[in-house]
Design a protein around this ligand. Sequence first.
Ligand SMILES: Cc1cc2nc3c(=O)[nH]c(=O)nc-3n(C[C@H](O)[C@H](O)[C@H](O)COP(=O)(O)O)c2cc1C
Length: 163
Amino acid sequence: MKRPTIDSKDYRDAMARYAGHVQIATTVHEGVRRGVTVTAACSVSDNPGTLLVCLNHSNPLNELFIQSGIFALNSLMAVHQPLAVAFSGLDHLDVDARFALAKWDTITTGAPTLVGAMAVFDCRLIEARPVATHTIMIGEVIGIRIGEPGPALLYMDRGYHTV
Ligand SMILES: Cc1cc2nc3c(=O)[nH]c(=O)nc-3n(C[C@H](O)[C@H](O)[C@H](O)COP(=O)(O)O)c2cc1C
């Protein structure tokens, strides 16, 4: 029997209706930093605190997350839209110029954590599973920072929104 499939354009169009909180996943390995704007991230469990982030493994630069074994997930506020744009590569800034747009510190793992983020989850990578074009990175949260409440940055209908 022929395996049922769907058109990937239909999938993207349907997913465009899905509102996602915009976040920046960051890591550092042997002094090299990387940050990627993501919406494919969510909670897995609160005990122990566990979350997942899906990163496209066709981009060799994302290998740094696997090599380091650590990452932070920085949840963005509305004011962080320029950061989201920069870390999605749209401005073609180099890595130092991207990080220079904001203040960063560290919590537990040493991964760059955004000062003023809505929330920061600092993670130890416990599993990395490639599925289709992406690698699901599962992280145990070993450091956390809760920021000030305020409007969050979302992505929906192929554009930024705030809520
Ligand atoms: C709103 C938004 C959400 C994104 N979500 C993801 C995601 O969940 N996973 C992913 O691998 N890339 C995602 N991307 C694409 C990456 O941000 C982009 O490919 C990457 O930052 C390019 O980095 P580079 O210029 O350093 O190669 C998203 C981009 C945008 C604008």
